[in-house]
Design a protein. Structure first.
Length: 335
């Protein structure tokens, strides 16, 4: 009864899912909605684009969260084999990964494919009616001389927010306007409203980055190559990214089940030590999420601390042997 199950059906080449909650008697009621599909863009737009930028040492990390809105009426799922969501990446990008937030906030890693023009990329994930969150993460080399971040908007953007750390970095942009500084956490906020399709979302950054942290040294560089075929050819780098995002989204559940997993499978002292560190970090992420949900922590501080916890968790996971990571992925894939 404590296990988690999903019901799945396929309609017009699109998979649909719904949770299957069982009651104590073993019965479950499942409500699953499917929609007609279309290969034509139903007028997608980005309700909110949230950009998180952190310059540390000689590196810069960028995360973009696109809240994509499909307002088709009647409801239609946008499923085009030539690509559904399109975005841009700067030429200096390295280690790019893309994930879609699925059912119950499960991050679903996507295969990134190159578009017809340099710097253009797309994924094939079906965009269902309502709001779909697409997250793009990448890194680049950084020097005080500056770095240009930007892309041409593939869709209308109602609102764009950029959070920049450290706050001493200078920003040169004709689009983004200052919207406040969180001095306690060294974060600047910039905003832009009503950005039209095809407009350059451009900002040039310059100035001294924050000193490199221990987590940056431990995490190192993880490079995921852009491939046009299935996820299975990405090998261990993609497995690591998948596990990292799974830990992030399902931290509370994993923390609760960690003692049972250790009891079911014998582990070495080293693995126990790594497990204890991971459990502590997961509990910290879960506590941080609860504080943010109850509005007891500012949004800028929430994002900064969560990114730092994620980096520390990545460092712990990279020390784990491949057999431990594989066994965890196998057990959770069956759920």
């Amino acid at each position: 009864p404590s296990a988690f199950y999903l019901a799945e059906t396929r309609f017009q080449d699109v998979n649909y899912h719904a949770p299957a909650p069982f009651d104590p008697t073993g019965a479950a009621t499942i409500n699953l909605t499917v929609d007609e599909s279309t290969r034509s863009d139903p007028g997608l737009r980005v309700q909110t684009l949230r950009i998180l930028v952190r310059a540390e040492g000689t590196k810069i990390r960028v995360r973009k969260d696109y809240m994509v809105r499909n307002s088709s009426n009647p409801p239609r799922t946008f499923a085009d084999p030539e690509g559904t969501f399109r975005f841009g990446l700067p030429p200096e990008t390295s280690g790019a990964t893309v994930a879609v937030t699925g059912l119950m906030n499960m991050p679903l890693p996507q295969t990134v494919e190159a578009g017809k023009k340099p710097g253009e990329f797309f994924i094939r994930y079906p965009i269902k009616p309502g709001t779909t969150t697409v997250s793009v993460d990448y890194g680049a080399d950084y020097t005080p001389a500056g770095l240009e971040l930007g892309e041409r908007a593939a869709y209308p953007v109602d609102r764009a927010e950029m959070y920049l750390s450290p706050a001493n970095l200078a920003v040169d942009s004709s689009l983004f306007k200052p919207a406040g500084v969180d001095s306690a956490n060294s974060i600047q906020k910039f905003e832009a409203e009503s950005v039209g399709r095809g407009v350059e979302l451009m900002a040039r950054l310059s100035g001294e980055a924050a000193p490199p942290s221990t987590s940056q040294v431990e995490q190192g560089e993880v490079e995921v190559k852009v491939l046009p075929n299935s996820m299975t050819r990405l090998g261990m780098p993609l497995l690591f990214c998948f596990l990292l995002m799974m830990f992030w989204a399902l931290g509370v559940r994993v923390a609760k089940e960690w003692p049972r997993l250790q009891a079911e499978r014998g582990v070495s002292p080293e693995q126990k030590q790594l497990g204890a560190k991971a459990e502590a970090l997961l509990n910290s992420i879960a506590d941080l999420d609860e504080l943010f949900a109850s509005r007891k922590i500012p949004e800028t501080r929430y994002w900064k601390e969560r990114l730092e916890l994620k980096a520390r968790l990545a460092g712990v996971l990279r020390k784990a042997p491949p057999s431990l990571l594989k066994s965890y992925a196998t057990r959770n894939a069956a759920r």
